[in-house]
Write a protein that binds this ligand. Sequence first.
Ligand code: HEM
Ligand SMILES: [Fe+2]
Length: 352
Amino acid sequence: MDIGRFWQLFLFVGLMVWLLLVGRALWPALTRKDEMSSIVGLLFLSTVAIGLFYGAGLMWGEHTSLSMVEYWRWWVVHLWVEGFFEVFAVAVISFLFVKLGLVRGATATANVLFATIVFMAGGVLGTFHHLYFAGTTTGVVALGASFSALEVVPLALIGMEAYETWSHSKATPWMARYRWPIMFFIAVSFWNLVGAGLFGFLINTPLALYYMQGLNLTALHGHTALFGVYGMLGIGLMLFCLRGLKPEAMWNETLLRNSFWTFNIGLSLMAALTLLPLGLLQLNAALENGYWFARSAEFMGQPIIDLLVWLRVPGDTIFSVGALLLAWVVMRMWIAPRDKVVVGIAEPVSLK
Ligand code: HEM
Ligand SMILES: [Fe+2]
């Protein structure tokens, strides 16, 4: 949201291209009537919503009142990211599990519909948890507080799903081929619970936000939820597609395992060594001396803050190693690949 208008428009064009590509691939499945119709329909709707809702970020200009800017900005952060992405994530993971034969279509459909209803029921009015202090009325504060509290419900349900996923991942020997995409999907559930659920809920109530809006506790939530959920989801989906693209390629399991763990440990260290302690110190400063002090140069210039900022180095470095390892594994699928060693079936899963 902070990027210049040209780049915003450019990103919007990119999203439209993405929508076109995904829509085109989903179209044959959309026109078919079978037990998967509802999941495919929801997947398609969330894709359309993801493509279009970024447009809310174009609703203001340099002379717009700050209250209006905040209103539309949170359409993007909350409705787009915390809402429709979440529906997309649930739908796409369920869809793949049905295709892998791990879950029955009817069961998955019921789950996805239920999760979507719960997400949207809490999520849409939950947007107000960002608008408590943006010049809105008391009614908005009350509605926002009540409905955003409900947002944690679907995340807890997703946590339970993760356990099921885990047991499925060992269900059949040929599942070994999909072990790493599935591990990344499990990481999605974990960070959904911790990053979005726990750290999101921590800063969720009007009373909490009165003291801690925009402090490092928000960064703690933002980083763990955004990368933890959608970064991991993106990697999982990419690995899944690579399996289909190069079914005969042998993955370097050790490197992938290391990449998976360095991503997760790096993100955890970033949160535990810097963002959480820094956020708590800022919260204490806000409670003792007022909100203004928690963000002042005087407070942020203290040696302890400097130290905490430097403590990002270990976590961020470990995290970067994860990215390099993953890039290496993917590159090796094309450059000097180790082919033809196949665990179980050789057939890639057809998404048609
Ligand atoms: C995967 C899901 C989620 C993602 C990716 C996410 C991401 C983010 C990000 C990036 C921000 C900071 C935006 C900014 O300051 O411009 C934010 C703020 C916030 N999020 Fe989330 N979030 C998620 C779910 C949740 C949930 C479930 C809750 C509460 C139940 C929540 C509550 C909040 C609140 C209250 C803020 C505002 C903090 C402030 O103004 O200081 N989020 N979120
Ligand atoms: Fe939100």
